[in-house]
Design a protein around this ligand. Structure first.
Ligand code: PEP
Ligand code: MN
Length: 336
């Protein structure tokens, strides 16, 4: 409602909703007079908007409060050391699926640096489909990541999977990743939030937009507002790719939330040949950045080699995305 809307005008909205059989409640939310109408999408927004005292109508996602656009109109910025997500500048994260050895990580670090990407990724705790697959090096990987950050200046993101890894990773890395498999592990979300570190929250393979945003809401509710969302592909019926990168969710998130969103076309496609095309599409769709897997020697990688870029492909991708960025009002600056 307009700030000068009268009681009668507010009552008229409530009454007209009730006439349609909908429960409406008048309340004050973040200092604004609002009328909340569950299932209000059944009302015609044009008619509603024309009623006296109405400033605007918004369709909100059920139960998500702090992360919704209704709570905050301007885009949120998330800072990870000297890197900022959600501004005009795009953020590129690259690195191996898993940290495998000191040599492998240093080579990857040099390649990320040479390509001008902004952050280095690398898994220390891997949640693998098979219990017999490589499970990650744990704390020793975190130490290697911290060392790579100290050598290169690249901020580090790495996945956490439980309370112990949250505590350890918080000592070594700059941003904690919650993986797709854990998006609805609410205990873990709270523990990660309490670390005070910025969080990269990946979407579950079958999560709705409402579930995705409410997972972020859990982190916000614990007082941590440094959340970046990541679309990493959903499960569909495609038999030509591992997952389907759901790019529709990028503009949907932008409409319903003020949080930054990046994409992960590596897990989103599962095939190296599709990674760069879908990275291009992500930027065109309005994503705030891209995270890709890159390995100095993908053929010998211990995990996800088939979807990891070669170092020279990362370089080529950076050049292409830098050309697309201005078309959609963004910039991609190489990190010096
Ligand atoms: C990853 O980024 O290494 C990863 C395991 O991703 P996801 O949780 O999206 O599968
Ligand atoms: Mn991976």
């Amino acid at each position: 409602m307009k700030s000068n809307a009268t009681e009668e005008q507010v009552d008229a909205i409530v009454r007209s909703a009730r006439e349609e059989g909908l429960e409406a409640t008048a309340k004050t939310r973040f200092g604004e007079k609002v009328v909340e109408i569950p299932n209000g999408q059944m009302l015609d927004p044009v008619t509603l908007k024309a009623m006296p005292g109405v400033e605007r109508t918004e369709q909100s996602i059920r139960r998500c409060v702090r992360v919704s656009r209704a709570a905050k109109a301007e885009n949120s910025l998330v800072h990870v050391r000297d890197v900022t997500f959600g501004g005009k500048e795009l953020v590129m994260i690259a690195g191996p699926c898993a940290v495998e050895s000191p040599e492998q990580l240093l080579e990857a670090m040099h390649a990320v640096k040479a390509a001008g990407a902004h952050m280095l990724r690398g898994g220390a705790y891997k949640l693998r489909t098979s219990p017999y697959s490589f499970q990650g090096l744990g704390e020793s990987a975190l130490k290697l990541l911290a060392d790579a950050r100290d050598r290169s200046g690249l901020p580090i993101v790495s996945e956490v999977v439980d309370e112990e890894s949250v505590l350890l990773a918080s000592m070594y890395v700059d941003m904690l990743q919650i993986g797709a498999r854990n998006m609805q592990n609410y205990v873990l979300l709270k523990q990660a939030a309490h670390s005070g570190k910025p969080i990269l929250l990946k979407r579950g393979v079958a999560a709705t937009l409402e579930e995705f945003l409410n997972a972020a809401e859990y982190i916000y509710a614990e007082g941590n507002e440094q959340v970046v969302l990541c679309e990493r592909g959903v499960r569909g019926f495609a038999d030509y790719s591992r997952n389907t990168l759901d790019l529709n969710v990028v503009p949907a998130v932008k409409e319903y939330s003020h949080l930054p969103i990046i994409t992960d076309p590596s897990h989103g496609t599962g095939m190296r040949s599709m990674v760069i095309p879908m990275a291009r599409a992500s930027i065109a769709a309005g994503a705030d950045g891209v995270m890709v897997e890159m390995h100095p020697s993908p053929e010998t990688a211990l995990s996800d080699g088939y979807q990891s870029l070669h170092p020279e492909e990362l370089e080529a991708m950076m050049v292409e995305l830098a050309r697309i960025a201005p078309v959609v009002g963004r910039i991609l600056k190489r990190r010096g």
